[in-house]
Design a protein around this ligand. Sequence first.
Ligand SMILES: Cc1cc2nc3c(=O)[nH]c(=O)nc-3n(C[C@H](O)[C@H](O)[C@H](O)COP(=O)(O)O)c2cc1C
Length: 213
Amino acid sequence: MALPEISRSMLKNSLVLGTFAVLTVGVVAVTQLGTAESIEKAQHEAKMQALAQILPSGSYDNHLLDGSRPVTDPLLGNKGATPAYLATLKGEPAAVILQATAPDGYSGSISLLIGILADGRLASVRVLKHRETPGLGDKIELAKNPWIGSFAGKSLNAPTEAGWTVKKDGGQFDQFAGATITPRAVVKAVHKALLYFDAHRAELLKPVEKHNG
Ligand SMILES: Cc1cc2nc3c(=O)[nH]c(=O)nc-3n(C[C@H](O)[C@H](O)[C@H](O)COP(=O)(O)O)c2cc1C
């Protein structure tokens, strides 16, 4: 039985609309997948660059990515397990690089990479990710200010516990003009990471078992 003219027209329009909808969903899905992949790749590359800056060149001779083990502890402040990278020199443990999160930045969490030498001294600290205010809290980035370099050489007991905060709170670390919250949060997170290292030193410096297959 032939369909009335109006029904045929509706059917045709529905088919055209349906086809467009399917195509649009497909294009959006493919674009999203591609974008997520490139964001992940960019984050991975940023992390590799940051890792390479943490320890002095020549202080280790292994591939850091081959020498990592997952760690998790409230002192590190991370949401889940994060890799602890073991740096070795001629097979001997030289340093560990931990990832830590300061939850109490001015604009939320600040993600850090913290390099600790086998003897417990800090090699260096770098900021992986933050949302602090440009011109104020973003001075924690090495590109903006040398402040983050003030951690090098410090350890859990040098300065003593009271020194592990900003000068405004009686500690040893500078705050920024008009921005105390951000550096206070970073100093606290680094101190906690040192407490974690101190409590888990032996296991963190143990050779990482290679998993084949
Ligand atoms: C718009 C705006 C953005 C701010 N951004 C930051 C920031 O990124 N980091 C920070 O430590 N303080 C920031 N501050 C300043 C803080 O509110 C606070 O006054 C400052 O950190 C000093 O803290 P204190 O009073 O505890 O010493 C910002 C203030 C305003 C109004």
